[in-house]
Design a protein around this ligand. Sequence first.
Ligand SMILES: Nc1ncnc2c1ncn2[C@@H]1O[C@H](COP(=O)(O)OP(=O)(O)OP(=O)(O)O)[C@@H](O)[C@H]1O
Length: 250
Amino acid sequence: MIRIRDVHHAIGKARILHGIDLDIPKGGITALIGPNGAGKSTLLSLVARLAPLKQGEITVETLKIGACSDRDLAKVLAIMAQSTHVSARLRVRELVSFGRYPWHQGRPGAQDRALIEAALERFGLLPIADRFLDEVSGGQRQRAFVAMAFAQDTDYLLLDEPLNNLDIAGARSLMRLLREMADKDGKTIVIVLHDINYASAFADRIVALKDGRVAAQGTPAQIVDTALLRDVFGTDAEVSVIGGRPQVLV
Ligand SMILES: Nc1ncnc2c1ncn2[C@@H]1O[C@H](COP(=O)(O)OP(=O)(O)OP(=O)(O)O)[C@@H](O)[C@H]1O
């Protein structure tokens, strides 16, 4: 479980998060949704220790953020951040292999190599594994970043807007893959999604953030309705239930 207690965050004078209390249970997919600037990426960055936690408490299983070592955390939790800057002169296989670094510290062994090939295969990247990152499409690059996080082989996988750059087929296939990873491999996936319909169709639970606070949380059926769209996103839209899952009619 990821346990978040009374987390506040400010950047300069701007207060970004205002006392977040949240339990993200182990297993399944939790989607973070909310309008632009709500604080979703900031919260994910604090959990993954990409930004320093200044106020409040976050624990991942038994590891306390701010007290545990980076290496210990990296064996339990992997993150694909929203903005990823790496050299374009890196091949897809090399990027995915970075995911193994916390385990081998620069000396990959046979097991590391096997896990890298398995990640390349699972994400459909084998045919382009030897291409440089600037020789693949935006969607393929995005999949390579998710595969790198997957290759880290952690129980917790945090993904910040992984559907960016993906067309509808790519988005659906990635979400199905994540669903399979949660159901078959027992991964705990926390994912920032802009498209509520993907969150509603694939997630077990949704946490809606607004203005740095938790505005709503529950299963898609519990929370996705016209009131949520109005109160959290400030938009009027109809919601219809399709296959037991609410879907927003745009
Ligand atoms: N480095 C920074 N300096 C100042 N303000 C920042 C910085 N990074 C983020 N913010 C502000 O913090 C707030 C929350 O940003 P954050 O990226 O966490 O939101 P978000 O919900 O992920 O948004 P989006 O959906 O647009 O990605 C925003 O108002 C943003 O402008």
